[in-house]
Every structure is written in C-alpha cells, then in structure tokens.
Design a protein around this ligand. Structure first.
Ligand code: SAH
Ligand code: SF4
Length: 354
C-alpha cells in the first residue's frame, strides 16, 4: 500500500526529494494550494512528479458521510485506507460579520475537532467512542488529513487559519508520537501554519503523559477532561482514575508550561444528578486553586442506551454562577451540533448499525 505524503514533516521530505528545496514547494502545493494530485504541482520537474505519484498517495482519508447542524457545525465521517472510520467536526465559533455596505468586517471563525485514534482504551462510562473498544492509533497523516479535507470541503481559503482541538475520538496522549508529529506538521509555516497556540490537546488525565507532553515544549494548549471532583465518582466514570487520581492530574498540570496569555481548560461534562451539585462546584474551586484555569461546563449529550441524562439549564447556570462569583472563569458549552449528535463517536455508531 502506498503511504500518504501527509505523513511527513518538511524535514523528512527534504531527505526524500532532491534537491531539498523541493520539499518546501510540495508543502506549499499540498497545504496552501490544496493540490489533489502530484501532476498539478507545476513547478516540479516531470520526473519528480512521476516518482512521487509512484510512491505516494495524497490523502489517506475519504469523506463518507456529512451531517450539518442548525448551528452551522458540520460533522464528518472519514474512512481510512483499512476501512475503519473516524469522526471530525467543523465547529463554527463565530459567524462572518458585514458592515451596512455588505463589506466583510470579520471572517467566520472555525475550529476543527479531530480524532486521534480509532476507538479508545480509556473506556469512560459515558462515552460512545469507548463502547467499541480500541482498534488502533491514527498516523500523523491521518490526523492532519482531517483538517485539510475539511478546509477543502468548505472552501475555507488556505490562508485562513482554523483552530484545532484534539477532542474527537480517542485519547491523544495514548498516541503521543503521532500526535506530536501532527502538531509539528500543522504548525509548519509553509503548510497549514496553525501555530501550537491554536492547538488544544484534550486528555482524560494520563498524568505521566501530561508531564511528558509538557517536557516536549511543543507550545500546545492543554484541556483536561475532569468529569468529577472526587476520586470515588471519577473512578466510576473512568476506571483509569485508580492509576492516575485527581491529585496526580492537578500535580501534572501545575508543571505544564502554559503560554502566559492562555489558561488550562478543564472540561466538565455535567450529568444530571451525578456531578451537578453546588458541593461539587465548591470542591472544583478548591482543586483549581493556584492554576490559571478556565472551566468549560458541557451539557451531557445523551445517546441511545445510556442512563446518563442531560442536566437542566437552570442547574447549569447555578453551577456556573457559583464558580464565576468566586472568581473562576467558566463558560457553558452547548454541545455544539446537538441535533447531529456531535459528541464524538455518535455518527460512527449510527453508521455501523446500518
Ligand atoms: N480522550 C480525550 C479527548 C476526546 S473526548 C478526552 O477524554 O479528553 C472529548 C470530550 O468529549 C471529553 O471531554 C468528554 O468528556 C466529552 N464527551 C464524551 N462523551 C460525551 C457525551 N456523551 N456528552 C458530552 N460530552 C462527552
Ligand atoms: Fe476515550 Fe475521551 Fe471517550 Fe474517555 S471521553 S473514552 S478518554 S475518547
């Protein structure tokens, strides 16, 4: 099977093509001119184009399904070369703004939520991705391709940067080698030019790997899926918490190099009657003392077969206001694209059932 050209950093490509400057041109064609074939790469000699075509494919993923939400988010199901599927979501964070003459003031702002694995080993009780078990890691090229294909599909101009969140299917820190390579490929200025500051790695809290990611000094943002504020409940939701308890996660976060203008994000999916009480809010404040943090309360997104329920908006507000009144930054995230079941894993599940 041919490898995808998206698997390579520019430095690696420089070792593969000669002279070395061809690598920069190839990057430019792939990520800025959105070339679909090597033949389009007009400033490369025919011989090189031919060699590249013999050796490499361009994209290792193919869009097989698409669902548009009323809020403008679009969920994609991608098929990989071995037939497995993963999801990614284009989230519209802000609409484009025009003045009274119809002139553009602000471009729309997009974030792409990408998958890092087929399935997941962590096995959180409420997460649909976990239900099918773990199949395999995604390669760096398969991670990169999700963003590239989504940009192409929406005709997002190549010089418009999108933000990336590693919050799709899988635990990114369980695939640290390929993740760090993808982060580097994304940030290359001859390519998609998405600086690490615009990339957020979301983890269920593998403390040892949070430390490792920090030591790599990649400059990415960190999001922790906290879910619960006491170990007993957290263990029920994530058995892994036995090995990496809350204290160890907080400890790892405290040693993580955070950009001075950014905050560590704590994801807290709120489940009705489980973790929505004010006592939990109090403990959350205590836990996050001394960390420049921001809490994201997420409405639990129910799926068929789960006992977990979506909380009432009033309770969400109460929880948020309690945190805000004590000086903790906190936003409520409407599960974007709730009408298209955008909690990752849900589109794939529907497809597999067909
Ligand atoms: N494995 C990583 C990243 C992918 S999961 C992690 O756990 O952080 C991304 C987020 O989706 C997690 O914060 C998780 O809490 C949330 N999530 C999973 N299932 C959900 C559901 N049914 N409703 C709402 N959020 C969900
Ligand atoms: Fe894996 Fe994240 Fe789902 Fe937990 S929430 S099972 S870590 S994808």
């Amino acid at each position: 099977m041919k490898l995808s050209i998206l698997e390579y950093t520019q430095e690696e490509l420089e070792e593969l093509v000669s002279p070395r400057f061809r690598a920069k041109q190839i990057y430019n064609w792939l990520y800025q001119k959105h070339a679909e074939s090597f033949d389009e790469m007009a400033n490369l000699p025919k011989k090189i184009r031919h060699e590249l075509t013999q050796k490499f494919n361009i994209s290792p993923v193919e869009i097989v399904q698409k669902q548009k939400s009323s809020d403008g988010s679009i969920k994609y199901l991608f098929q990989l070369e071995d037939g497995h599927t993963v999801e990614a979501v284009l989230l519209k964070m802000k609409d484009a703004q025009y003045d009274e003459n119809g002139e553009l003031i602000h471009h729309a702002k997009f974030t792409v939520c990408v998958s890092s694995q087929v399935g997941c080993k962590v096995g959180c009780a409420f997460c649909l991705t976990a239900k099918g078990g773990f199949i395999r890691n995604l390669s760096a090229g398969e991670i990169v391709a999700q963003v590239l294909e989504i940009k192409k599909d929406n005709q997002i101009e190549s010089n418009r940067r999108v933000n990336i969140v590693y919050m799709g299917m899988g635990e990114p820190l369980d695939n640290l080698d390929n993740l760090s390579k993808a982060i580097k490929i994304f940030s290359n200025e001859n390519g998609l030019s998405i600086s690490p500051k615009r990339q957020t790695v979301s983890t269920s809290g593998i403390s040892s790997k949070i430390k490792k990611l920090g030591q790599m000094e990649l400059g990415v943002q960190l999001a922790i899926s906290l879910h619960a504020v006491d170990d007993e409940l957290r263990e029920e939701l994530i058995t892994m918490n036995k090995a990496y308890n809350i204290a160890s996660i907080i400890d790892a976060v405290k040693s993580f190099p955070v950009n001075t203008r950014k905050r560590v994000m704590f994801e807290y999916p709120v489940i009705k009657d489980v973790n929505e009480d004010i006592k939990s809010a109090k403990r959350l404040i205590k836990l996050l003392e001394g960390i420049k943090s921001k809490v994201n309360l997420i409405y639990f997104n129910p799926y068929q077969g789960t006992k977990c329920k979506r909380p009432e908006p009033e309770q969400m507000k109460r929880f948020q206001e309690y945190l805000l009144s004590r000086g903790l930054l906190c936003t409520i995230r409407e599960s974007k694209g709730i009408d298209i079941s955008a909690a990752c894993g849900q589109l794939r599940e529907q497809e597999l059932k067909r």
